[in-house]
Design a protein around this ligand. Structure first.
Ligand SMILES: Cc1cc2nc3c(=O)[nH]c(=O)nc-3n(C[C@H](O)[C@H](O)[C@H](O)COP(=O)(O)OP(=O)(O)OC[C@H]3O[C@@H](n4cnc5c(N)ncnc54)[C@H](O)[C@@H]3O)c2cc1C
Ligand SMILES: *[C@@H]1O[C@H](CO)[C@@H](O)[C@H](O)[C@H]1NC(C)=O
Ligand SMILES: *[C@@H]1O[C@H](CO)[C@@H](O)[C@H](O)[C@H]1NC(C)=O
Length: 369
């Protein structure tokens, strides 16, 4: 029996909200709108969201986690299949570890392609283990714009709006809508950091959400074709800084970078610029200006992280929300009803590489309602 479809409001137009809307729109009977403050074509310079500032490639992050493994396998394969569109490219890649014993804990061999262990004579000084493989990378601005164009052509409606609560988002979808909460990083810090948004709590504040500040430099260097990242190596890493070089499909290369937890500062730190450049050119001398590399920009983005990991689950919220949570939005009667919310936020450094897997899980949750 065909179920009656409810309107779906996706709150957030970052890589997560867009991928969810894309997957849900494969079912033509779903009526989908995306409500967001930052949108792919107009706000690619805004630091109020994370998606424009990403690498963005697939790279190994952290230890094995079953849920993430599933998301990333699906996402990797989907992005690999998107290479013919020109939005995504195959990327030869190297990861360097200090400790040769790290090989026993490599859980991601089967996600990537052409995985192999490099002979020790091919490794730079101080590196005990070098792994080579082929991964994928994309250029966020192009990717996000393309996603929006695709979604518009599939009949998804885009509503440019900053909302004060989940309830307000639900009202935009009509009396029986469900809401997908893909808002990334909603801060309680906003008095000091108005860039992240209104002092909105979106109904109920999740205190586990926090930023991981990422500063990067983007250069034009089409002659640099290999991705390199250094894991756990004192020469190339401190508690808040790592070293990575990610070539992208358009000939630019992103150099990183910082991982500064709970740091909301969106200004470029020039001491960090210098350290990034020194470490990256030491690993890859072709990045030196004398070899034809030019600097395009220095950037800061805030990764929307969550203590305890990403939140992907259904919650039923009773409306109206108590009024101390909700700034009044003056549109007459507030509806009393049970609102189904599906949360999809807190992906920290891995929103792109989790995206299609998360979208497919959310689609299963929607289908289960
Ligand atoms: C330097 C850096 C490098 C990175 N590299 C990689 C990488 O290589 N690979 C990878 O997978 N990930 C990478 N990331 C992480 C990735 O960028 C994020 O995980 C991802 O962009 C999160 O997407 P999102 O859709 O959850 O959130 P966001 O992109 O932050 O989008 C949130 C959306 O919600 C909207 N919103 C929020 N509040 C409201 C409101 N009140 N009303 C209306 N709309 C609202 C925003 O306007 C926006 O549209 C990197 C991040 C940084 C900063
Ligand atoms: C929606 O997501 C944000 C994270 O961006 C979170 O802080 C908030 O609590 C969520 N909303 C609800 C109603 O749970
Ligand atoms: C933010 O960072 C900039 C650049 O490093 C620095 O000058 C400024 O003082 C910082 N601001 C705050 C509030 O820490």
């Amino acid at each position: 029996m065909q179920k009656q479809q409810k309107p779906i409001v996706v709150l957030g137009a970052g890589v997560i909200g867009l991928s969810i809307a894309y997957t849900l729109s494969s079912e033509p009977s779903n009526k989908i709108s995306i409500v967001a403050r930052d949108m792919p074509e107009h706000h690619l310079d805004s630091q109020g969201w994370a998606s424009p500032w990403a690498g963005a490639n697939w790279s190994p992050i952290g230890g094995f986690d079953e849920r993430t493994y599933k998301w990333e396998t699906l996402t990797f394969n989907k992005l690999w299949d998107m290479v013919p569109t020109g939005l995504v490219m195959h990327l030869p890649s190297r990861v360097y570890h200090e400790d040769p014993q790290a090989l026993s804990s490599i859980w991601w061999k089967d996600i990537v392609r052409n995985f192999r262990v490099l002979p020790s004579e091919d490794l730079p000084p101080g590196v005990g283990l070098g792994l080579a493989f082929t991964t994928i990378s994309t250029k966020p601005a192009r990717y996000l714009r393309w996603m929006k164009t695709e979604l518009v052509s599939r009949g998804v409606e885009f509503i440019s709006k900053s909302v004060g609560s989940i309830e307000e988002a639900a009202a935009l979808g009509g009396t029986d809508s469900i809401v997908i909460n893909a808002t990334g990083l909603v801060s309680s810090h906003c008095a000091a950091h108005s860039v992240v948004g209104s002092r909105s709590l979106l109904g109920v504040e999740d205190l586990n959400v926090y930023p991981i500040r990422g500063q990067t430099t983007i250069v034009e260097a089409p002659h640099v074709k290999t991705c390199v990242s250094v894991v756990s190596n004192a020469l190339f890493q401190s508690s808040e800084e790592a070293t990575y070089i990610i070539p992208r499909p358009d000939g630019s290369v992103i150099l990183g970078g910082t991982f500064q937890s709970d740091n909301w500062n969106t200004s470029v730190d020039h001491k960090v610029v210098r350290r990034i450049f020194e470490r990256c050119t030491a690993l890859q001398p072709d990045l030196l200006p004398s070899r034809g590399t030019t600097i395009l920009s220095h950037n800061v983005g805030l990764r929307p992280a969550r203590k305890g990991g990403p939140r992907v689950e259904i919650e039923t919220i009773q409306l109206p929300l108590s009024s101390n949570f909700v700034p009044s939005h003056g549109e007459g009667e507030r509806q009393a009803r049970a609102l189904t919310v599906i949360h999809a936020y807190g992906f920290g450094p891995a929103g792109y590489q989790n995206s299609w897997g998360v979208a497919s899980e959310v689609a299963e949750l929607v289908a289960s309602l």
